[in-house]
Design a binder for this molecule. Structure first.
Ligand code: ZN
Length: 302
């Protein structure tokens, strides 16, 4: 507490540090996003993500010069066209780069600075957000989410639960379990497994309900595995929050298509991914809404 005679605090010097860190993380995220674009293009085509190491133009296959491969900037400098063949460059490139940068900066601000989340969890959030961006980019184009992403993601989530149990175990509202065994790491692994089964199971049940109501597949098994991955990393609550917000995000994309009476199969993975990113940035606040549900569960299970 400040006492009367204390001099007023200057604008906290840490505010400048926060802004500088956000700017750095934005630039870092843009660079990561540039690589995510490579993964979005190469993974579904069965190509190695590391070979060739240099990016190539998808149209003329000419290697892209380093000064034409600057995230966000090059797209506009080149006038949205390949320097060699003049083929248009997809808007996906700057969107993925800018989105990755913005999410990295936001996660740092909301989780690192404001919620006091530790560095390990923030790093995991940034990795998972990156994975979700790749899954979304592929789903938008091919209407599939490759198992290389979701199945390895579930395994990665279980490992993260074991090695970073603070993702699941503790007193914060987003935590699901306080302590099941005498080992925090074991608790983390168990909570992660429950998150994978609970999160994946939730989407699975909703997929079946959706199919029975609409008589067409709204959610696929790829979505189930994707959210099992999210549950393994962050617990079932984040999955539930993400699922709750995803239809609102989906409507922004789907309504114009519906109004245009354009029969269109809509990938749902990107909206689950957006819901997840939203749930991660505001994790504490959003998950605390689920507290009454949890108390009810405790009452019922004694
Ligand atoms: Zn080209």
């Amino acid at each position: 507490m400040l006492r009367e005679e204390d001099p007023p605090l200057p604008i906290a010097p840490s505010a400048w540090l926060t802004i500088a860190m956000m700017a750095l993380l934005f630039l870092f995220g843009c660079a990561v996003g540039s690589h995510l674009n490579v993964c979005i293009w190469r993974l579904p085509r069965g190509l190695s993500t590391g070979d060739p190491a240099r990016s190539i133009c998808p149209h003329c296959r000419h290697p892209i010069r380093w000064y034409d491969n600057i995230p966000l900037v090059s797209f506009f400098v080149l006038g949205r066209r390949c320097r060699d063949c003049g083929a248009p460059i997809s808007w996906r490139y700057p969107v993925v780069e800018g989105l990755t940068g913005a999410l990295f900066a936001l996660i740092y601000l909301r989780q690192g600075v404001q919620a006091g989340t530790d560095v390990g969890q923030i790093a995991v959030m940034m990795v998972v957000v990156s994975v979700l961006i790749v899954a979304s980019g592929i789903d938008l184009e091919f209407l599939i989410i490759p198992d290389e992403i979701s199945v390895f993601g579930i395994i990665g989530g279980l490992l993260a639960g074991l090695l970073l149990p603070q993702l699941h175990v503790g007193v914060e509202s987003y935590h699901t379990y306080e302590g099941l065994t005498r080992s925090a790491n074991l608790d983390g692994l168990i909570a992660s497994a429950i998150g994978a089964l609970g999160g994946g199971g939730l989407i699975f049940v909703l997929a079946i309900v959706g199919y029975l109501i609409f008589r067409q597949e709204a959610l696929g098994f790829g979505d189930v595995k994707l959210m099992a991955m999210v549950g393994a990393f962050f617990g079932w609550k984040v999955v539930l929050v993400a699922f709750f917000f995803s239809p609102f995000l989906g409507m922004l994309y789907g309504l114009p298509l519906l109004l245009g009476k354009d029969e269109h199969i809509m990938p749902y993975g990107p909206f689950l991914a957006m819901g997840t990113a939203f749930a991660l940035v505001f994790r504490t606040e959003l998950c605390s809404f689920l507290e009454p549900l949890e108390q009810l569960a405790r009452l019922l299970t004694g």
